[in-house]
Design a protein. Structure first.
Length: 311
């Protein structure tokens, strides 16, 4: 309904302009094609053309923003169930700590007869943190996660550092797909990947991230600088998968879905370091079979243990 006035008004304007131009031409012809008559024709044409353009511009629908990525929006799912007896049950599933806080705040104004059920988050959560707006890899990961009910995949393309940290801290599998850099200031240098300091991943209360598998697709993610920074952030051992040199873009759509599929097999079990390393080895073996022409030997996995030495 909102787009109907545009063609109607535009059509009327064009019709009026055509009629006016015809009348002006007739007047010019009847007056012996004098210069003044033809000047009137030209003026009518210019004025009516401008009016037509202005009307079309004012009635044109505003450009719509691209729809948000459906994976990037899934922080808090809310369902409302109305049962035959009239009881109302609000069910919420929170995937990040900030979403959990929002769910608890939302529970306060519920009407008295209603009941809130806050479901626990899935056992295994994976997050892909990247600045790349293309979500082709994310869709592949989501398709893999669909085969494992205990696995949830989240895409974070937000430029907010706090949002990135929130997603990273709440996931069991973290894929940090971004460029690395070193920030030098008055204090010690900081190892940054996508603006995230690998040495400052702890929660505000001092707890380390819950991840048992960290994938760095930045250049030389497994060198001493990166691993030393991660040790400062961890409370428990975590497996690090990284690439020597720059990680080729064409490796990601092959390796990451295979890796997530192997991790998905661990959902519902007690995950040990040996299980994670085995999953990584099997994913790399699968990648070699699928794309034998690629240099998969550049990827390696190692177990990073917390830095227990006093500062």
């Amino acid at each position: 309904m909102r787009h109907r006035p545009r063609p109607l008004v535009s059509g009327l304007t064009v019709a009026t302009a055509t009629s006016a131009a015809g009348v002006a031409v007739n007047v010019a012809t009847e007056n012996g094609a004098s210069g003044i008559a033809w000047a009137v024709v030209a003026a009518c044409t210019v004025v009516l053309g401008a009016v037509t353009a202005a009307a079309d511009h004012l009635l044109a629908p505003a450009a719509e923003a691209p729809p948000p990525d459906r994976m990037a929006d899934a922080e808090l799912l809310i369902e409302c169930e109305i049962r035959p007896d009239g009881a109302t049950v609000h069910r919420m599933v929170a995937f990040t700590e900030s979403a959990t806080r929002e769910a608890l705040r939302a529970a306060a104004p519920l009407p008295a007869p209603a009941r809130l059920e806050l479901e626990p988050r899935p056992r295994l959560g994976a997050v892909l943190i990247t600045r790349r707006r293309s979500n082709g890899i994310a869709r592949r990961l989501e398709a893999v996660a669909g085969d494992y009910p205990g696995l949830y995949v989240r895409l974070c393309v937000d430029d907010s550092l706090q949002r990135r940290l929130d997603d990273l801290r709440s996931a069991h599998v973290v894929v940090l797909d971004d460029h690395c850099s070193v920030a030098n200031g008055r204090g010690p240098s900081r190892t940054l990947v996508g603006g995230i300091d690998l040495g400052e991943l702890r929660h505000p209360d001092g707890r380390g991230p819950r991840a048992f598998l960290i994938v760095l697709t930045c250049r030389d993610g497994g060198d001493d600088e990166h691993t030393a920074a991660l040790r400062r952030s961890l409370d428990h051992p975590a497996t690090l998968l990284s690439c020597t040199g720059a990680a080729p873009l064409e490796h990601r759509p092959v390796l990451l879905p295979a890796l997530l599929g192997k991790v998905g097999e661990l959902a519902g079990t007690t995950v040990r370091d040996a299980d994670v390393c085995k999953a990584v080895d099997e994913a790399l073996a699968h990648a070699r079979r699928v794309r034998p022409q690629m240099d998969w030997d550049r990827w390696s996995a190692s177990v990073i243990r917390p830095d227990t030495e006093p500062e």
